[in-house]
Design a protein around this ligand. Structure first.
Ligand code: RP5
Length: 191
């Protein structure tokens, strides 16, 4: 079953380089069969487009916006400033991987993702954005499903099933570890 003809969630990110991380949110929404619209909106490189997007999101009737950005991550906060739609921010660590010639240390943020985490969470009073952990786009997807589950009972059922699947998989791995012993379990898992 699908929940609507139109997308219920807008997924946006500051750069195409964020798509490697942000696809984690889309994968969860796809798994739960919730339609989403995905776009690149840069708070710094396309500021006018950012304001237009907020209007677009309201017109589309999105219930939630998932916004990911790295470094000086102003996208989630600025979108939240332009709309009353709840925004879930995804702080991104890995970036600049468009520039293949750069060394690994140049590809990553000098502040290890703390820069984007603080940029997203430290919003002024009266203009909140919630945030998941650094690079945890999948959690943003699950959190969005939890909000939507208040509207769609079928989605609530699926979330409960998702929880019990997680339980089963941890128990299964624990049984394997108990049987094989920690050393050989870890050797097989990370070979
Ligand atoms: C941020 O700058 C983007 O969200 C991205 O994480 C970071 C780097 O962007 P690129 O230089 O890879 O385009 O605005």
């Amino acid at each position: 079953m699908t929940y609507s003809k139109n997308p219920l969630v807008g997924i946006i990110m500051g750069s195409s380089s964020d798509s490697r991380i942000m696809k984690g949110a889309a994968e969860i929404l796809d798994e739960f069969k919730v339609k989403h619209e995905d776009q690149i909106i840069s708070a710094h490189r396309t500021p006018a487009r950012l304001a237009e997007y907020a209007q677009h999101a309201e017109k589309m009737g999105f219930d939630i916006i998932i916004a990911g950005a790295g470094g000086a991550a102003h996208l989630p906060g600025m979108i939240a400033s332009h709309t009353v739609i709840p925004v879930i921010g995804v702080p991104i660590l890995v970036y600049n991987d468009k520039h293949h010639k750069k060394t690994d240390t140049e590809k990553f943020s000098a502040f290890g993702g703390l820069d984007s985490l603080l940029s997203i969470t430290e919003m002024p009073s009266g203009s909140p954005v919630v945030a998941v952990g650094v690079n945890k786009a999948g959690n943003a997807g699950i959190y969005a499903m939890k909000i939507l589950a208040n509207k769609f009972p079928e989605l609530k059922k699926k979330l409960k099933q998702h929880k019990s699947n997680q339980h089963e998989s941890v128990v299964k791995e624990s049984e394997m570890m108990k049987k094989q012993g920690l050393s050989s379990f870890a050797k097989k898992k990370f070979k």
